[in-house]
Design a protein around this ligand. Structure first.
Ligand code: PLP
Length: 501
């Protein structure tokens, strides 16, 4: 493809993509293809000779689009959203054009410097405590990763090394071959425990698995709104220490995946204040992958005050903040914790700017070496919408969740609201005589709705209770879609409960 062919194909692609967005609401939301649909449609091996763009383009329409589930559809209310926007799409085009691995400042100074600026803007917009700003009192700062799972693995690694450094600080560095400190480090490693709650996303358990440390999930109760509480954390820590184990890390959650529960941050901060009996800090990471965007709203910002006692925080602007996948924003209260755990200095990466410590090298704040120019899309989104425009988008999602909750509450004969609308997520169950009947009816209503293809919902099982999750965070969702979903729910629940409408 030469530059003229690229110019024509790219312009046509923009028209087609814009049409896609304009009509996405009229498509069946979930792809109907069967597993393995694609292989028979494609040749068994890559073409030996070049193919014309027209042939490749035709296959996008005929072979790829049928296998696409439409996350931008206003009837996509499953999982948490994966939101995009035109400004973010434009940024991705420029980012592709400036294609590079960007691991050091000198690889493209703008890539590093824009990230630092934009992460400070975003930290301020979310009202994170000043310790998370790059110029803050504790030398913190933000970095963009690809996913919340990557963020959690990265901070857990930093937490492990910080903890081990503290508990072995009294031992002299091994200079001979007695290896006393090394032996002690490995002995302590086998005792380490990463904590989460029963509501933590599975990425915390996975991070522990990758790092080779134990994982313990602290139970949460329906009475406490499925939130992790300070006393529960204190009990778990005391029990583990009594067994000779060493809890070093905790994921607290703002907006759990099941039900959007919010952990008791102030209580957890209080429970983990280091004292004479518990001298070592337990690293607390706040995972706000989806609901972190709601901190843009003043009414939620008090939630962030206790984060000043914690160590790190992440949320995914690609979930609810209109910043096309992938974009996970992570902050730490002290950037040295990341750098001490992750810095590598092979001779081939050396350069005068890094050697003189004049610049930030984000390769030392993450697992991979190379990195995408993701800050560009955050910059375009923040400028195109403004904080007020983003607030309006988030408020709309919140209000639509509340609207659905009010409708469900108006039909107590058919539904119970399992967890109230919070940050645009409502969970519900169909009524029944006992738990088994409620579970079975709710599951049948859920399966029926998804099979019809008009809406895409997801479900969860919490403490043995099956519930339908409805997330109203997709930008195109409007009141008419909420009303239609409610009508469909009523129709199917009526059949289950054996009533006529
Ligand atoms: N944390 C929470 C609370 C989530 O809801 C999710 C995914 O939905 C994740 C972490 C994992 O996100 P990612 O796909 O960015 O790793």
């Amino acid at each position: 493809m030469d530059s003229q062919e690229f110019r024509e194909a790219a312009k046509a692609a923009i028209d087609e993509i814009t049409d896609y967005y304009d009509t996405v609401g009229s498509q069946r939301v979930v792809s109907e293809v069967k597993p393995g649909y694609l292989r028979p449609l494609l040749p068994a091996s890559a073409p030996l000779d070049p193919e014309p763009w027209s042939a490749i383009h035709a296959d996008v329409q005929s072979k790829i689009l049928p296998g696409i589930t439409h996350w931008a559809s206003p009837r996509f209310m499953a999982f948490f959203p994966c939101s995009g926007s035109y400004p973010a799409a434009l940024a991705e085009m420029y980012s592709n054009a400036f294609n590079g691995a960007h691991f050091n400042w000198i690889c493209s100074p703008a890539v590093t410097e824009l990230e630092t600026v934009v992460m400070d803007w975003l930290a301020q917009a979310l009202a994170l405590p000043e310790c998370y700003l790059s110029g803050g009192s504790t030398h913190g700062g933000g970095v963009i990763h690809g996913s919340a799972s990557e963020a959690i693995l990265t901070v857990m690694c930093a937490a492990r090394d910080k903890y081990l450094a503290a508990v072995t600080a009294h031992l002299a560095d091994d200079d001979g071959d007695d290896g006393e400190k090394e032996d002690e480090l490995w002995r302590r490693r086998s005792k380490l425990v990463a904590l989460g709650s029963a509501g933590s996303h599975s990425s915390t358990k996975k991070a522990a698995q990758i790092l080779g440390v134990r994982f313990v999930a602290i139970p949460v109760s329906e009475d406490a709104g499925f939130a992790l509480t300070g006393p529960a954390v204190a009990r778990a820590v005391a029990d583990l220490r009594a067994r000779g184990l060493e809890p070093f890390y905790l994921t607290a959650t703002l907006g759990s995946t099941d039900v959007c529960a919010v952990d008791d941050f102030a209580g957890i901060a209080e429970a983990l204040v280091p004292s004479a009996g518990t001298p070592q800090d337990i690293w607390v990471h706040v995972d706000a992958a989806y609901a972190g965007s709601a901190l843009l709203l003043e009414e939620n910002q008090a939630l962030a005050v206790p984060f000043a006692h914690f160590h790190s925080f992440n949320f995914n602007p690609h979930k609810w903040m209109l910043t096309t996948f992938d974009c996970s924003a992570v902050w730490v209260r002290r950037r040295a914790w990341l750098i001490e755990a992750l810095s590598i200095k092979p001779p081939y990466l050396r350069n005068q700017f890094s050697d003189n410590e004049l610049v930030t090298d984000y390769r030392d704040w993450q697992i991979p070496l190379g990195r995408r120019f993701r800050s560009l899309k955050l910059w375009f989104v923040l400028r195109s919408y403004g904080v007020r425009g983003l607030q309006a988008h988030i408020r709309r999602g919140v209000a639509l969740g509340e609207s659905l909750e009010a409708k469900l509450a108006s039909r107590p004969d058919l539904f119970s609201v399992f967890t109230a609308a919070r940050f645009g997520l409502v969970t519900l169950r169909v009524t029944g005589a006992d738990e088994d009947e409620i579970n079975a009816r709710t599951e049948r209503v859920y399966e029926g709705i998804n099979a019809s293809g008009e809406f895409y919902l997801t479900s969860t099982i919490v403490n043995g209770k099956f519930a339908i999750r409805v997330c109203t965070g997709v930008e195109r969702v409007a009141e008419e879609h909420i009303q239609r979903l409610f009508d469909v729910l009523v129709e199917r629940a009526n059949t289950e409960v054996g009533k006529k409408q």
